[in-house]
Design a protein around this ligand. Structure first.
Ligand code: ADP
Ligand code: MG
Length: 447
């Protein structure tokens, strides 16, 4: 069997890039015992990454090359601090023979053990989603199934929370193993099409209805405009709801924002708790960085932490990736992590610093050569009005303040703010002389 691992690695080399294989697959040592493949990683970091990112690839390669069932375990050698491997045991059943029931042909526990509630950093932007997800996953299903809809811009933690739910449901169920189906809307649609083609639609239905206790379905906006799939999903949801099963949906959009969606489906999506995750504030970003660095036993100088947290505001995925790149670069160059090194990594990211109200007001005053008192005053001089309207417009563009809150900054009510924004928008859109000048100045001031 020892050559089998070499064959598996060779196959992995064809689907993963060579750098990835060198860093994550090569360091693994394989041990076979009957149908169990134990992969021993040199440390927690490698083991965690392999589990999170490559287990399904390894499982797929096993499925292709081995006959019969193979169970894969990832262990850490020799540290006893490894993650529990119970969640990462994967049973792969060869699906060569036609007619094998669909439900046996999938990886049984696909949620990553890396996504837990414990390592999700909570701040005001995500607190509601966090609390709702946690209580949802601990709720005894005897009290009804329940449903959650998580929505946010990309990279703000939907997948983390939905998988944490999966892990928690699994852990807190003291009786039989709950049947958790975790997949993207796209994968659901793909499996449905394959099932139709293979005349196995009944098996598909059974899998996601009778055989599912918890459905975790990601990125449901994929169903937009796909009528047939929407109909299948609607029937699945109806079944699961009627039978007290749990459902979690995620999407970058709110149900009502998704175009070409059957109103019945919109109504079903809206039935449970809808929670929006916003961009984390500075303090939360600082804690996320601290936590991620700590996980890989790195201590970040506070000025570096502040630099990253200040410059990468909109996407935790980017924040995390920048940190990982910084750590990797420091290790490769055998250098200390410092602000200079951090800048060299940061410049590869699209730094999008959103100006806050203070910066907006300061810049506008500079552009129009007016005082802050003047734009907050009752003055209706042409220059002051233009400056004030520009500030309204920029505040709307860059901050999450409501119209009323923006107005409050300038002692105006919200209908004045709307009028002001509309005037600036018209100038910018019609490219009037005023609008052109404004657009140029905004670019120069990076607004
Ligand atoms: P989404 O699904 O919304 O696009 P993800 O859940 O994939 O975003 O999050 C992107 C990355 O950022 C993941 O590695 C996730 O662990 C991390 N992340 C997001 N929010 C948090 C948070 N509040 N605490 C810790 N990690 C987070
Ligand atoms: Mg996601």
């Amino acid at each position: 069997m020892s050559n089998k691992w070499e064959e598996i690695k060779e196959l992995l080399g064809q689907t993963l890039n060579s750098g990835v294989c060198r860093v994550w697959i090569e360091p693994l040592r394989a041990r076979w015992a009957d149908d169990v493949l134990t992969l021993v990683a040199p440390n927690d970091f490698v083991a965690g990454n392999v589990r999170a990112r490559f287990l399904s690839h390894i499982a797929e390669a096993c499925e292709t090359l081995c006959s019969g069932k193979v169970q894969i375990e990832i262990q850490v050698d020799p540290s006893p601090k490894s993650f529990s491997s119970s969640l990462t045991k994967v049973t792969v059943q060869r699906q060569r023979e036609r007619g094998l029931p669909l439900e046996h042909a999938v990886v049984s526990s696909p949620v990553s053990p890396c996504y837990q509630f414990e390592n999700f950093i909570v701040g005001s932007a995500n607190e509601m989603a966090y609390v709702a997800s946690q209580s949802f996953s601990r709720q005894n299903s005897a009290h009804g199934g329940g449903q959650i809809f998580l929505s946010s811009a990309p990279g703000l933690g939907k997948t983390h929370l939905v998988q944490a739910i999966g892990n928690e449901v699994f852990r807190s169920s003291n009786k039989s193993c709950p049947r958790i189906a975790y997949l993207s809307a796209e994968e659901f649609a793909r499996q449905m099409v394959m099932a139709i083609k293979g005349r196995r639609i009944e098996e598909f239905k059974t899998r996601y209805r009778e055989n599912t206790d918890v459905l975790l379905l990601e990125d449901i906006h994929f169903f937009q405009g796909k009528e047939k799939m929407q109909a299948e999903l609607l029937s699945t949801i109806r079944y699961l709801q009627q039978h007290g099963r749990k459902i979690v949906f995620t999407s970058c959009f709110l149900p009502a924002e998704i175009a070409d969606l059957d109103p019945h489906l919109v109504s079903r999506f809206c039935q449970g708790f809808i929670s929006v995750i916003d961009r984390p504030d500075f303090e939360t970003r600082m804690r996320i960085l601290e936590n991620k660095a700590c996980q890989v036993q790195v201590q970040l100088p506070v000025e570096v932490q502040e630099l990253l947290a200040h410059n990468l505001q909109n996407d935790v995925r980017q924040l995390e990736s920048c940190l990982n790149n910084l750590i990797a670069k420091a290790r490769l160059l055998k250098e200390q992590i410092c602000t200079e090194l951090a800048w060299s990594v940061l410049k590869n990211y699209s730094i999008e610093v959103r100006p806050d109200m203070e910066k907006i007001v300061r810049s506008v005053c500079e552009i129009f050569s007016v005082s802050e008192e003047a734009i907050r005053s009752k003055s209706r001089s042409k220059l002051n009005v233009l400056a004030r309207n520009t500030a309204f417009y920029l505040a709307r563009k860059h901050t999450t303040l409501s119209l009323a809150e923006i107005g409050k900054h300038f002692n105006r009510n919200h209908s004045t703010v709307i009028k002001g924004i509309a005037n600036v928008e018209r100038d910018v859109n019609l490219k009037t002389a005023e609008g052109m000048r404004l657009a140029q100045t905004m670019e120069r001031f990076q607004l």
